[in-house]
Design a protein around this ligand. Structure first.
Ligand code: FVH
Length: 293
């Protein structure tokens, strides 16, 4: 059909769990989708669904104006693309590999030297969410590339453009991951703690979810306090939280579980109080991270 013919051909390089989901989404949306992976057999299922298998990375790059890369890390991306850079001239490279801002900026510079447009991206979704309503993909780099391929990128999930500095998507991605890991870490400690009394994780999780949701509601107010750098509180002081942490750490030790997940936060609360911020609220802590000890 004419609609399908007019769709931009897309190449996906890297067919791990995420790359496979990305390729599948482009296929389902009707794009001619060329795929390449170091271990060629990972393309088999996609080829059965209509994807075109490229025999080499060079063939994959040459097949489409839009090339999406999603591999283990930037070193792997460079291993794949380093020798075929010349073929990128006039094309757009979208790198959805997780990495550091500095790596993204270097990749953008390298792509510009090849005559390619570059977007770096952070995928705020698991593979099963791709092309679904909850998937968010962050992009930074060439504004022209984002404008040109916005429609294609929207196939993968909601697209948010953060700015011309190619490092921004990686920065936001890592920051959001840190919020996630903090939440997961607290959850793991909580489950281990009640587990010492044979409470099952599933039963306890029913209490954790509404509790975290209620606490999440405090984030906008904490953020306002951080922006204004005014941390007076009528909720709970750092003094009170310091005592709470002593109880949490001692109880964990007495129940026989490791405190390695919660001890670093206790150390920061203790530092805040030692530096004279005991009357402030928890929002004070983010600022203290800007002056590492
Ligand atoms: N999976 C997820 O939920 C997260 C969600 C957020 C974004 N991440 C990032 O996506 C990148 C890929 O992650 P993945 O989950 O697809 O990872 P794997 O399934 O382990 O696939 C890894 C692919 O990388 C290829 N690869 C590794 N090393 C090399 C290399 N030296 N040269 C060429 N390719 C390489 C690997 O190929 P193969 O082992 O199958 O031959 C896979 O295609 C990642 O940045 C996440 O942080 C996913």
């Amino acid at each position: 059909n004419a609609g399908a013919d007019s769709r931009t051909p897309v190449t996906v390089i890297g067919l791990g769990m995420m790359g496979t989901a990305l390729a599948e989404a482009f296929l389902k949306a009707g794009h001619r989708t060329t795929v390449w992976n170091r271990s060629a057999d990972k393309a088999d299922a996609l080829v059965a669904k209509g994807a075109i298998r490229a025999a080499t990375a060079a063939e994959a790059v040459s097949a489409s104006p839009l090339i999406v890369v999603c591999v283990l890390d930037y070193e792997a991306a460079h291993e794949i693309l380093g020798s075929v850079g010349g073929l990128l001239t006039g094309r757009t490279l979208v790198n959805l590999t997780n990495g550091k801002p500095e790596q993204a900026r270097k990749a953008a510079k390298w792509a510009a030297e090849q005559g390619a447009d570059y977007l770096d991206g952070g995928i705020m979704a698991i593979p099963q969410m791709i092309a679904g309503p909850g998937a968010l993909l962050l992009y930074s780099g060439s504004p022209g590339a984002f404008e040109t391929y916005r429609g294609e990128l929207d196939v993968l999930g909601a697209s948010q453009y953060l700015g011309e500095d190619a490092g921004l998507a990686a920065l936001y991605d890592l920051a959001l991951l840190s919020a996630m890991y903090g939440m997961f870490g607290g959850f793991y400690h909580a489950v281990a703690l009640v587990g010492t009394e044979k409470v099952e994780a599933s039963a306890f999780t029913a209490l954790v979810i509404p509790w975290l949701q209620a606490m999440m509601a405090s984030l906008p107010l904490q953020a306002q306090a951080m922006d204004a750098n005014v941390h007076a509180t009528d909720v709970s002081s750092l003094y009170i939280n310091k005592i709470g942490f002593v109880n949490l750490i001692k109880a964990s030790q007495e129940q026989g579980i490791s405190t390695e997940l919660v001890a670093p936060l206790q150390a920061l609360v203790d530092r805040a109080v030692a530096e004279g911020y005991g009357a402030d609220g928890l929002s004070r802590l983010a600022g203290l991270l800007k002056k590492p000890q």
